[in-house]
Design a protein around this ligand. Structure first.
Ligand code: FAD
Ligand code: SF4
Ligand code: SF4
Length: 492
């Protein structure tokens, strides 16, 4: 974890003259591809900064003594330091600092909701626009890859102990890398055939190109991590088997329990789950044969698509449908724009690309004989706030009307699956939300030597939080193994 700088630390040294330019230099993000070009392919929205652009934008930082950007970054990145180094043209050092606190900075730079985290808390945001922290973070590590500065892990010493990690998403991968740094023999088990978890099969290419994930996966292989793909814990081995095989086990299995909607017609043909739809599209993009896509079932081409939901998953679905040449794409959300959980930046991108947002609307029924041909929609009024402080959506009587649709995607979010049942491990305790119960000081579950990280403990969350948990769990596993060895040595 990074240490926070203090005013004294900054005040004691002379700041390079390249800094504090926020008064004279306006915020400028990297070039954004126009919506017509974006609709026609699966490329990312923003280009990378040219080096001069990154340098100039980094120079806007005022090098705060107490940097709120860093405080609000889940991995506590030393943002002012790598901004200062970037502004001074010292990119290799910037990479060293940036990679010291974050295993996948180029991924976070692309997909963190920066407006809610680092950039949203940049102090110059109050009078000027924030430093473009995410884009600079991405630029530093993309440059590091291009220049060959990113190297596989070579531990100072190889240890005999083996660690089993269940789940090759960002939480499991961050832990794997940190444990290899310490010299442990790391085995990662995943039921999918590729490494990356939701980075590969959930998040679409236009937010995160697959090549960015694949080069990280390759780096981990080159670092000596052993992947066991197509291996489902609970089916191919039990949790107990893995405990016997390894000195410690980390569970990082994500949250795949679907939150569903209970209205008539939900079982009609062409009413799909968001993750089925996105996974098919991602697989197709990766060159796989996907029967349910190839026969048109999960392809939005030529269809009138209605997506239900207002989070980031819903945004990914509507924008995927646009790129599949849907005839029309509507997003139905029961609250208004100001109250939607998805990132505002993603909503703006979707609107630019031609998505029609139908705010304050909820489905009452899906219509059709065998396949869906319309959605019965009710208008919503936001009533008094509930205990969470959010206004309660209330249907407006007599407002029901039909929206034509021959493809409907339910994107209402995810909860952790019931792992004690799936893993046949009733001693694994859960919270009332179904997530694994852990001791946050050690990341250990109710089973000794079994740790957990990421969405399976937080519920559906963010990549950067999974990375933080993976790093914390790796540190804790190391302490656990050391403590156990000391106990055994004392007893012998
Ligand atoms: P996951 O990434 O879900 O990885 C878990 C892995 O465990 C998977 O590979 C799975 O196959 C494996 N697994 C599960 N069960 C078993 C088993 N029994 N045996 C073996 N392997 C198993 N976050 C952001 O920060 N920015 C975004 O823009 C963003 N967009 C998103 C878009 C979508 C569509 C979705 C669904 C999520 C998005 N998120 C985003 C959230 C983010 O992807 C997750 O918070 C993050 O991936 C969680 O990481 P994880 O390692 O805990 O789990
Ligand atoms: Fe911002 Fe995310 Fe990078 Fe932290 S990891 S600095 S929150 S983009
Ligand atoms: Fe720089 Fe903004 Fe962070 Fe202050 S809050 S150190 S200005 S990026």
């Amino acid at each position: 974890m990074g240490t926070l700088r203090t005013q004294a630390a900054v005040g004691d040294r002379k700041l390079p003259e390249q800094l504090l330019k926020f008064i004279s230099v306006a915020q400028k993000r990297p070039d954004k591809r126009d919506a017509t070009a974006r609709r026609a392919d699966w490329g990312e929205v923003y280009q990378d900064f040219a080096e001069a652009g990154a340098k100039t934008q980094a120079s806007r930082c005022s090098q705060c003594g107490v940097p709120f950007c860093q405080i609000h970054c889940p991995v506590q990145n030393n943002i002012p330091d790598w901004l200062m180094l970037t502004a001074s043209g010292r990119l290799e050092e910037a990479y060293e600092v940036s990679s010291a606190t974050n295993n996948f900075p180029e991924i976070c730079g692309r997909i963190c909701p920066q407006d809610r985290l680092c950039e949203g808390n940049c102090v110059i945001e109050k009078g000027f626009e924030s430093v473009t922290i995410g884009a600079i973070e991405r630029h530093i590590t993309d440059t590091a890859f291009e220049q060959g500065w990113v190297k596989p892990v070579v531990p100072a010493v190889e240890l005999p102990e083996t660690i089993g990690i269940i789940g090759a998403g960002p939480g499991g991968l961050a832990a794997a890398e940190m444990l290899r740094h310490r010299g442990y023999q790391v085995h990662v088990y995943d039921r999918y055939d590729r490494v990356g978890g939701l980075l590969i099969y959930g998040i679409p290419n236009f937010k995160l190109e697959k090549e960015i994930v694949n080069r990280r996966a390759q780096l981990l292989v080159d670092s000596g991590v052993t992947f066991h793909l197509g291996f489902e814990v609970g089916v191919d081995a039990s949790l107990d088997d893995l405990r016997k095989r390894h000195e410690a086990v980390l569970i990082a299995t994500g949250a795949y329990g679907v939150r569903d909607i209970k209205v008539p017609g939900v079982g009609l043909d062409n009413v799909h789950q968001a993750l089925d739809y996105l996974t098919a599209s991602n697989r197709k993009g990766l060159g796989d044969a996907v029967p349910a896509y190839d026969d048109g079932t999960l392809d939005a081409n030529g269809r009138d698509v209605v997506v239900i939901g207002g989070g980031d998953t819903a945004m990914d679905c509507v924008r995927t449908a646009i790129r599949q040449n849907a005839r029309s794409v509507k997003c139905l959300y029961r609250r208004d724009r100001e109250n939607m959980p998805g990132s505002m930046q993603e909503v703006t991108h979707a609107e630019e690309e031609g998505v029609d947002f139908v705010w304050l609307s909820a489905p009452k029924a899906f219509l059709g004989d065998r396949a869906v041909d319309g959605v019965r929609v009710e208008r919503i009024h936001l009533g008094v706030a509930d205990s969470s402080g959010r206004q309660t959506p209330q249907p407006i009587e007599g407002s029901a009307h039909t929206v034509p649709a021959n493809m409907v995607i339910r994107a209402l979010g995810f909860d952790p699956e019931d792992l004690p049942v799936l893993f046949n491990a009733p001693e694994l305790e859960t919270t009332r939300w179904g997530s694994l119960l852990i001791d946050w000081a050690t990341m250990m579950t109710s089973m000794s030597g079994v740790f957990a990280a990421g969405d399976i403990v937080r519920g559906a969350s963010l990549v950067v939080w999974a990375i933080k948990d993976g790093r914390d769990a790796a540190a804790s596993i190391h302490r656990y193994i050391n403590a156990r060895q000391q106990t055994l040595a004392a007893a012998s």
